[in-house]
Design a protein around this ligand. Structure first.
Ligand code: HEC
Length: 242
């Protein structure tokens, strides 16, 4: 009887593990997501993403598990240039990418402190960030005048409004539309900025991904060579055994 109970509990646990991802996705909002395909080999995109991040996001969101120096090296930015173009906090190149904002004050201003975004692409997925950054819209009922399609009632202000322009939500069709001529970038240019920004956050989430992929090829190559010799040796050993 106890055995049966044990089996039952194990089965329930397995069910929980398998079912968990589905229940998470069910709890998410059902905003139609645009696909996002990261590209870590595109260094200009990653460099631009870093620049956009430093200019528009770092004031509130730190990347506290990542250092300026390593980021510059990985993205092929000379360190002097990085100091000039992305380090605005007076920090040194070897330091962590922190922000000078005070979390307590942030909470009072925005209702929630801006979280660190080093692992955001792993927590939410790059696709989520890409769509989140594109779906801010005007909502006068919100304290900061902005709402978001992917993250309803978000506490973050629409910080890229001047680039994207005024976006509104049409409740009848459930779609967002832009007021032409209200932003400094065209829709395509803005998409590219968000692509680069998301690509950069994807890199930051796991900076040694590229290195790992490169190493993986050598490991496979080594296994093939080792396998060949092992096979030949095996043949040699068994040659005279009938
Ligand atoms: C003025 C401060 C401020 C700036 C600048 C800012 N954010 Fe935010 N952001 C916030 C706050 C506050 C939240 C938390 C909102 C909440 O939980 O309701 C947030 C939340 C987020 C989240 C969701 C975090 C999560 O998983 O809950 C992402 C992603 C994000 N911001 C990305 C960005 C990016 C990218 C930029 C730069 C383009 C940026 N933010 C600029 C204040 C800011």
């Amino acid at each position: 009887m106890r055995k049966l109970a044990k089996v039952f509990v194990s089965l329930a646990m397995v069910g929980l593990f398998i079912g968990a991802p589905f229940s998470w996705s069910a709890a998410k909002n059902d905003w139609p997501m645009e696909a996002f395909e990261p590209d870590l080999t595109n260094l200009p995109s990653l460099q631009n993403g870093f620049k956009v991040y430093a200019n528009h996001c770092l004031g509130c969101h730190s990347l506290q598990y990542q250092r300026y120096g390593r980021t510059a090296d990985d993205l092929g930015i000379p360190r002097e240039l990085a100091l000039e173009s992305v380090v605005f906090t007076g920090q040194k190149i070897g330091e962590l990418i922190t922000t000078s904002m005070d979390p307590e004050q942030d909470k009072a201003w925005f209702g929630a402190a801006p979280p660190d975004l080093t692992l955001e692409a792993r927590l939410r997925s790059p696709e989520w960030i890409y769509n989140y950054m594109k779906t801010f819209y005007v909502d006068e009922d919100r304290p900061l005048g902005a709402n978001n399609g992917v993250y309803p009632n978000v506490g973050m202000p629409n910080v890229l409004l001047h680039l994207q322009g005024v976006q509104r939500y049409d409740a009848a069709t459930g779609q967002l539309f832009l007021e032409p001529g209200t932003g400094s970038l065209s829709a395509e240019e803005f998409d590219q900025v968000i692509y680069d920004l998301t690509n950069f956050l994807y890199y930051v989430g796991e900076p040694n991904r590229l290195e790992r992929q490169r190493l993986g090829i050598y490991v496979l190559l080594f296994l093939v060579i080792l396998g060949t010799f092992t096979y030949l040796l095996n043949r040699e050993f068994w040659k005279d055994v009938h």
